[in-house]
Design a protein around this ligand. Structure first.
Ligand SMILES: C[S@@+](CC[C@H](N)C(=O)[O-])C[C@H]1O[C@@H](n2cnc3c(N)ncnc32)[C@H](O)[C@@H]1O
Length: 268
C-alpha cells in the first residue's frame, strides 16, 4: 500500500509519433510508472509500449476541444502524486515546447511535489529532419523560430508580424492549420516574398505522414485542397527549396491573392 509520502511526476516527451524516436529514459519510465497520464497526440504505437497492467488516464486535447481543462489536468497530477504514485505525464513532442508542461510543473512544485523532466524530439525537429530538411542550412537561413499559430478562443492571433517577417529566419508554425491563410497573408503584408517556399508536414514520422509544398501565397489553398489533417506544422523559408520534391514555378495568381484576401481570421 502507498504511504503518505508524495510520489513524483515525470513530464515526458513522447516525440513526434514514431516509437523509435522515443528516448531510452522515456521508455524506462513508461515501463516502471504506476500511472501514465497521456495526451491525444501520443501515438498508439507508443502507448503499446506501456505494460498492460499500468493504469492509463487520457486527458486528450484537440485544438478547439479541450476534453479535460488544463486546471483539472494539473489537479489530477497533484492528486495522483499525493497518493504516493510515480506518475508518467506523457506529452507529444517535447513536454516543454507548446505543451503547457511548464504550467503543469509550476502547479506541481507549488503543491510540494517533485517533478522530473525527460526531453522529447519536438515536432519541428522530427518533421524537418525526417524530411531531410535542414532548418538552418548555411546560405539559406541564419536561424529558426518556433511560433504558435493559435491563441486561446477569446484572443486574436496578434503575433509580432514585422519581427516574424524575416526571410533569413526559418519559421516553424505549430498549431497553425486553422489560421494559415491569415498567417501567410500577414507575413506577405509585412514584407515576406509571396513566392517564399512553404512545406506543410502532417502526422510527421507516422505511417500517415504527408508533406505538401507550395509558396507562402499558395499554402492555404494547397492544404485546403488536399484536405490535410492534423497534427500539421508549417515550415516557412528558403530552406524548403532544398527539399527534392519542391514543385517549381508556383507563383501566386490574382485568383489566389483574391481568395486569400477574402479569408477572415479563424479564432479557435
Ligand atoms: C500543442 S502542440 C504540442 C507540441 C509538442 N509539445 C512538440 O514539442 O512537438 C501541437 C502541435 O504540434 C504539431 N505537431 C505535433 N506532432 C506533430 C506531428 N507528428 N506532425 C506534424 N505536426 C505535429 C502540430 O502543429 C500540432 O498542432
Amino acid at each position: 500500500m502507498k504511504d503518505l509520502i508524495n510520489g513524483k511526476v515525470f513530464l515526458i516527451g513522447a516525440g513526434p509519433g514514431d516509437p523509435e524516436l522515443l528516448t531510452l529514459r522515456a521508455l524506462k519510465l513508461l515501463q516502471s510508472a504506476d500511472v501514465v497520464v497521456f495526451d491525444r497526440l501520443v501515438s498508439a504505437e507508443i502507448m503499446a509500449l506501456i505494460p498492460s497492467k499500468t493504469r492509463r488516464i487520457s486527458v486528450g486535447k484537440a485544438a478547439s476541444n479541450h476534453s479535460v481543462p488544463q486546471e483539472k489536468i494539473n489537479q489530477l497530477l497533484v492528486e495522483l502524486a499525493q497518493e504516493g504514485l510515480t506518475v508518467a505525464r506523457l506529452k507529444g513532442g517535447d513536454p516543454l515546447i507548446f505543451g503547457r508542461g511548464g504550467e503543469e510543473a509550476e502547479c506541481l512544485r507549488q503543491a510540494g511535489i517533485e517533478v522530473g523532466f525527460v526531453p522529447g524530439i519536438t515536432a519541428a525537429q522530427g518533421a524537418a529532419c525526417s524530411a531531410g530538411l535542414p532548418l538552418t542550412q548555411r546560405g539559406y537561413a541564419t536561424g529558426v523560430r518556433y511560433v504558435t499559430g493559435h491563441r486561446a478562443a477569446d484572443q486574436p492571433l496578434d503575433l509580432d508580424w514585422s519581427s516574424l517577417a524575416d526571410e533569413q529566419t526559418t519559421l516553424v508554425v505549430y498549431m497553425g492549420a486553422a489560421n494559415i491563410a491569415v498567417i501567410a497573408r500577414q507575413l506577405i503584408a509585412h514584407g515576406m516574398p509571396s513566392d517564399l517556399p512553404v512545406m506543410a508536414i502532417a502526422a510527421a514520422t507516422t505511417p500517415r505522414e504527408r508533406r505538401i509544398t507550395s509558396t507562402l501565397a499558395g499554402i492555404a489553398i494547397a492544404t485546403a485542397l488536399k484536405a490535410v489533417e492534423s497534427p500539421v506544422l508549417f515550415v516557412i523559408g528558403h530552406v524548403v527549396s532544398i527539399y527534392d520534391d519542391l514543385p517549381v514555378g508556383i507563383a501566386p495568381t490574382g485568383l489566389v491573392q483574391e481568395i486569400m484576401r477574402s479569408i477572415e481570421v479563424v479564432h479557435v
